[in-house]
Design a protein around this ligand. Structure first.
Ligand SMILES: [Zn+2]
Length: 221
């Protein structure tokens, strides 16, 4: 679904200790990848809200890794337009568009598997950026380092992970904004709009956050 995004005019330089988890991880977890650290603003006041956000981020981490691997490992099939999910959400094959899709998904999965921090704000409606009716979530565009994300009231009414327009898919959607500099393109809202972009305006489809969300969700339907 469409979500509000905040355009950030300045970029923060974040210095992080990426090795911290390795120092603390000990032997049994040595093979585990880093995962983004979710920090909660005081607006995330209930354990239920915190659990919903944490679970959505965890599922999005798995989904974005698998979506990236699907794209990265199947170029030949995509090139022949033999992959229904890819064609449905990103249109007929084109090398530049394929590389764009791969780069966006690579950025999202890398961020979610990094030692960065995602600071979550919950149900801050009706204040910006959750001020418009139906807003689900928001983030800054093109962030480096740590990420801030707003989970509006509507987010918590979505199904966690089954079907389209899920909580986990919304995290993928937002991260494509913050990492991949995607947009919410007019006419590309919702399942029907995103499919229409892929079929008729594929150059827009690969720039539209919903198309990435639905591709990831489609892999799990
Ligand atoms: Zn959006």
């Amino acid at each position: 679904m469409d979500t509000d995004t905040v355009v950030r005019s300045t970029r923060r330089l974040a210095l992080r200790l990426q090795s911290l988890l390795l120092l603390l991880g000990l032997g049994a977890l040595a093979q585990s990848a880093l995962a983004i650290n979710v920090a909660f603003d005081g607006s995330c006041a209930t354990q239920a809200d915190r659990t919903a956000v944490s679970n959505a981020v965890a599922v999005a981490t798995t989904w974005s890794s698998n979506a990236y691997n699907q794209v990265n490992n199947n170029e030949a099939a995509f090139r022949n337009n033999q992959n229904l999910a890819y064609r449905t959400w990103f249109g007929t094959f084109n090398q530049d568009r394929y590389q764009r899709v791969r780069a966006v998904l690579d950025g999202v999965r890398f961020k979610l598997n990094s030692g960065s921090t995602l600071t979550a704000y919950c149900r801050v409606n009706p204040n910006d950026p959750c001020d418009a009716a139906g807003d689900i979530a928001a983030t800054f565009v093109n962030v480096r380092g740590d990420v801030e994300a707003w989970f509006c009231t509507a987010f918590f009414a979505l199904p966690p992970r089954v079907g389209f327009d899920t909580q986990a898919g919304s995290v993928v959607h937002e991260l494509t904004h913050s990492i991949g500099h995607t947009d919410d393109i007019a006419g590309g809202y919702g399942v029907a709009g995103a499919q229409n972009l892929a079929a008729n305006r594929p150059s827009d489809a690969v720039e539209n956050a919903d198309n990435y969300e639905y591709y990831a969700e489609d892999l799990y339907d």
